[in-house]
Design a protein around this ligand. Structure first.
Ligand SMILES: [Zn+2]
Length: 443
């Protein structure tokens, strides 16, 4: 009898253990806080992706719609399938990998980035966010963790050519944009077709407000702030708006030998003064606004002729449109003074850029910061000086962006580099942020 009861208790214990480890093998949200991405796999996949469109300088030339882009896309599709995602290509050519949630009525948590590059680009811009997003899905898949919300990993089409995929997703990809020739030689319309989309059915790619619970994008910083301040993570406050102008300065072209210094209307001299004034105005007020004159041409462009006409560019960027407008006003006042002093005529003509400032969601920023803190990572709030698909997605859903350090602040170059640990830190912040939002942190 006694022997039987010992046997009985051992058997009961074995049954309990079996049930615990097999039947309830799902990771609970409680344990999810300990989930971490696989840094080795992340690094290996970044290197594997870098093979598609590899250039002789150590980076990639994987412009959207090129053969290399198509091969790279096929590679990320295979990774998505490995992560248990159901893959489809939407009408705009965006790759979408979906994982169902427990509650089909809930809106999707969407996260991702892009894999197309600029000509002669690097191996990290867009790639870290795309491979990092797939890694998050893979970790959930391997740990058998079911979320409440459906998850969608998106690799956007043609980011570098003007945020084509995300623009289509918010219903703002115009017919004019479809006719533009891309770096691949194909028009955007032809390109979308080449990657499996259908430019005649773009309406089917459109997501409405409410379809998307949140959009999150992990990306390299592409600047040098995190590295120089020895920080792990940038919590992005928003993507700056960009305004462009062509500035025309008209003077009088005359003989450089016979015209005395006090009788000249030198357009290039006025331009030089205006360039200095732009720098002075932009740095005269506190904040992180930037202003640049990046292009200048002088006519007639001969050493022995006083320049009669100059055309130069002016670019201003900031998170606040009001600030950009007020800086521009001050620059115009300075231009008026310069034109009087130099006897020239200065006029500004605005160039449309399609780039209005997009703020990330304040609550999402807090959740990202909390995820970084929980992981023991240092972080700071910062604007993004570069454009991203997140700026479009912010129009239809609360959006958040996570930056990781770019070595030397270098980007859009084969010298672009981000350390594997930094990529993994960013992907872990992304993973924990997804889980917190799934658990109702946004409510
Ligand atoms: Zn990018």
């Amino acid at each position: 009898m006694r022997k039987f009861s010992i046997f009985f208790w051992w058997a009961a214990l074995a049954v309990v253990l079996f049930v615990n480890t097999h039947v309830f093998a799902q990771t609970t949200h409680h344990d999810a806080i300990n989930l971490r991405v696989n840094v080795k796999r992340l690094e290996q996949r970044i290197l594997a992706l870098a093979e598609f469109g590899k250039n002789p300088f150590g980076g990639v030339s994987r412009v959207a719609f090129s053969e290399a882009d198509i091969q790279g896309r096929n590679y990320v599709i295979s990774l998505m399938r490995e992560a248990g995602l159901k893959v489809k290509i939407d009408a705009a050519g965006n790759i979408i990998g979906r994982r169902e949630g427990r509650d089909p009525k809930l809106p999707s948590i969407i996260f991702g980035s892009h894999i197309d590059s600029v000509p002669n680009g690097g191996n990290y811009d867009g790639d870290v966010g795309s491979i990092g997003a797939i890694e998050c899905a893979q970790v959930l898949h391997e740990n058998n963790l079911a979320t409440h919300h459906p998850l969608e990993v998106v690799v956007f089409a043609d980011e570098e050519g003007g945020l084509v995929g995300s623009r289509a997703m918010i219903g703002e990809l115009t017919a004019e944009a479809l006719a533009v020739k891309s770096h691949s030689g194909k028009t955007i319309r032809e390109g979308i077709r080449a990657i499996g989309g259908d430019p005649d059915k773009l309406a089917e790619a459109v997501r409405r407000k409410g379809d998307c619970k949140i959009f999150l994008e992990l990306h390299i910083e592409q600047g040098g702030i995190l590295v120089s301040e020895h920080l792990n993570i940038g919590v992005v406050e928003g993507i700056v708006g960009i305004k462009w102008w062509d500035v025309t300065i008209e003077g009088f072209a005359n003989h450089a030998g016979t015209t005395p210094m006090d009788k000249r209307q030198d357009a290039l001299l006025a331009a030089a003064q205006l360039i200095i004034a732009v720098n002075k105005v932009v740095t005269s007020v506190p904040g992180r606004q930037v202003g640049t004159v990046g292009r200048i041409t002088a006519e007639p462009g001969a050493p022995n002729v006083i320049p009669g006409k100059v055309i130069m560019s002016l670019e201003l960027r900031d998170l606040s449109s009001e600030k950009v407008n007020s800086l521009f006003q001050t620059i115009q006042e300075e231009a008026k003074n310069i034109s009087q002093k130099t006897g020239t005529k200065i006029s500004f003509s605005s160039i449309p850029t399609n780039s209005i400032p997009a703020l990330t969601d304040e609550c999402v920023r807090k959740i990202i910061a909390e995820s970084a803190r929980d992981l023991g990572l240092s972080f700071k709030l910062m604007p993004s000086g570069a454009g991203h698909d997140a700026q479009d997605m912010a129009r239809i859903a609360p959006a958040g962006m996570i930056f990781v350090p770019s070595a030397g602040g270098i980007s859009h170059s084969p010298k672009e580099y981000t350390k594997p640990e930094d990529m993994a830190n960013g992907a872990n912040v992304l993973l924990q942020t997804i889980l917190k939002i799934d658990q109702g942190a946004l409510e």
